[in-house]
Design a protein around this ligand. Structure first.
Ligand code: G
Ligand code: G
Ligand code: MN
Ligand code: NA
Length: 254
């Protein structure tokens, strides 16, 4: 309860920040965009990660409010990138189930894009499999509306959730993000290789792109590139960082 009060206070006090982790084209290694990752700059506890407070926010019914804040902050940032000499750099925003279930999520997205003059083509929404599968008919309609607006949908942490291929068949989306669990040591582990190859083949068969998360070593990157992975994200390239650092990183790589 004390923490719930603290969270409410923090929203009003503006203690949240969005950090950005770049994702890069596998062939050219140029920066295609960044994933927005929320942080809480707590006056006493210092910088707190989302794993600690997102579950609390969900339990307290504050997840949608926080999600609206992140979406706004991420779109505001990306809206400036073109003007700052980074045309075409996308922003990916994590969306929680609570947020998606709310009436009019697609309208919220459109309004937020409009407010910051950000092209829908530069926005990706990251959903996990479990969210996508919860109510596949409603999800399918929402996905259609979001994609019709020009924004993209990525399936995050792919392979770790409760996924059924028949649910995937009913949904249309733009990208699969292979979970770090399968990327770690993919250059040496047969099981990870089989899983990554399957996901890459699945994405290719569906005509969508595939990103490897959590790339930490050059050997992993090389294996994934050789096997047709399109995009990379991970500490080997860059950690999540404040917006100013991301701008410097993206500029230096262009
Ligand atoms: O950034 P970090 O590695 O600490 O993130 C931990 C988890 O929190 C990840 O699973 C990430 O997807 C999630 N996360 C980060 N930012 C957000 C956000 O803005 N909204 C939601 N729903 N989840 C987020
Ligand atoms: O669940 P989601 O994919 O949104 O989680 C993203 C989080 O994963 C980021 O907040 C980031 O801190 C973490 N992450 C990103 N790249 C790496 C990596 O290369 N290694 C590890 N251990 N974590 C990573
Ligand atoms: Mn994510
Ligand atoms: Na992930």
């Amino acid at each position: 309860f004390a923490l719930e009060q603290d969270l409410r206070r923090a929203i009003t006090a503006g203690e949240f920040e969005t950090w950005f982790q770049p994702f890069l084209d596998a062939r050219t290694q140029s920066v295609c965009g960044a994933e927005a990752l929320i942080r809480w700059r707590h006056p006493v506890r210092g910088l707190v990660g989302p794993a600690e407070f997102i579950p609390l926010a969900e339990a307290a019914g504050l997840a949608a409010e926080l999600g609206t804040w992140v979406l706004d902050a991420a779109c505001r940032a990306a809206g400036n990138w073109t003007a700052m000499g980074l045309p075409g750099v996308k922003v990916a925003v994590n969306v929680s189930g609570h947020q998606l279930e709310r009436e009019g999520f697609d309208n919220l997205v459109e309004r937020t894009l409009g407010r910051h003059g950000l092209s829908a083509r530069l926005l990706e929404l990251e959903l996990t499999e479990s969210i996508a599968m919860a109510d596949s008919r409603t999800a399918a309609q929402l996905f259609e509306r979001i994609r019709a607006s020009g924004a993209a949908i990525s399936i995050d942490d792919f392979g770790t959730g409760f996924s059924s291929l028949s649910s995937l068949k009913k949904l249309s989306f733009d990208k699969l993000k292979i979970d770090r669990e399968f990327v770690t040591d993919v250059d040496s582990r047969r099981d990870c290789q089989a899983i990554c190859q399957s996901i890459i083949a699945l994405a290719r068969g569906l005509g969508i792109s595939v990103l490897a998360e959590g790339v930490e070593r050059p050997e992993e990157m090389l294996w994934l590139r050789r096997h047709g992975c399109n995009l990379f994200q991970g500490f080997y390239f860059a950690r999540p960082m404040p917006e100013a650092d991301f701008l410097a990183f993206a500029r230096s790589g262009q």
